[in-house]
Design a protein around this ligand. Sequence first.
Ligand SMILES: [Zn+2]
Length: 285
Amino acid sequence: MQVILARFTQLLSVTLVGLLTAPPASAWWETGHRTVARIAAAHLTSAARARIAQILNVPDTPKAVADALALASTWADETKSQTHTGAWHYTDLAIQDTLADLPARCHHDNCATERVRIFSHPKDLDQLRYLVHLVGDLHQPLHAISDADLGGNCEHVSPPVDTAQNLHAVWDGAIVNSLGLSDRALAASLNQKLSSFGKDAVAELAAGDATDWTWESHELAIRLYRELGVPVEPVIFPKNCREAPAAVANLTFHLDPDYLQQNQWTVREQLLKAGLRLAKLLNES
Ligand SMILES: [Zn+2]
C-alpha cells in the first residue's frame, strides 16, 4: 500500500510540475504559428530553402525544413519573459492613430513592425526564430491595436471560449483551435486553396512590407472592435488591466457560439497571408 501511495504521490508531483512549468499560452498559440511556418516553407525558393536548412541545421528537404521551421516558430514566445522582449510581439497602435503615428508607437524599435524589419535578413538561428514568430504575430489583428486595453487582453469573455478568458486570447487561439486541424493539416488545406489562385493573385496576397501588414491588421482589428461595440477610449497605454479605463476593464462579452465560426475565414486568410509574406521575406533575403 505504501509503495502504491508513494508511486501515486510521485505521479501527482510529476503532473503538478508539468502543469506549473508548461509554457504560457502563446500568441496564435502553437497551431497558428506553426501553420504560418509550414506555409512559408512550402513557398521557399530552392536557394532560400538551402540557406534556411543550414541555419536550422537540418537536411535540405521540404519536409525537414517545414518541420524545423514549425518547431522554431514558437521559441520567441517561450523565451520572451527571460529575454524581456515581450514588446516585440505587438505594435500598440491606438484606434485614433493614423499611419503617421506608427514610428512614435515603436520606441527604440520595441514593436513587431520594426522587429520584423530588423530580422528580415536572418543571419542566425535566433534572428530566424524571431522573424518566423513575429510575422505571425503581426497578422493576429489584436497585436496591432490599442484601446487602452492591451490589445483586447482587458475585455473579459464569459463563459470562457475554449480556454480563452479574454478577447485577445479568443483571437490568439480559440478561433484557430475551433478549426479542429493540426498545423500540418491546416497548412495543407490553405496551400490547397491557393492552388486554385493565379500567380498574380498569390503575389498580391504576399505584397507589401511590415508597415503595410501592420496597418492592415490594425484596420481589421478596428472593424472587430466596432462589431463587438467596444467603446473608444482615450489614447493611453496602461501597463496592466488594473490601470485600464473601467469602460474596457469592466467589459464582459458573452460570445455567441457562432462568433468563432464567423471569424474562421478571417483567421485562415491572415494565416495564409502571413505564411506567403514570410516566404517572400526569406526568398528576398
Ligand atoms: Zn508572440
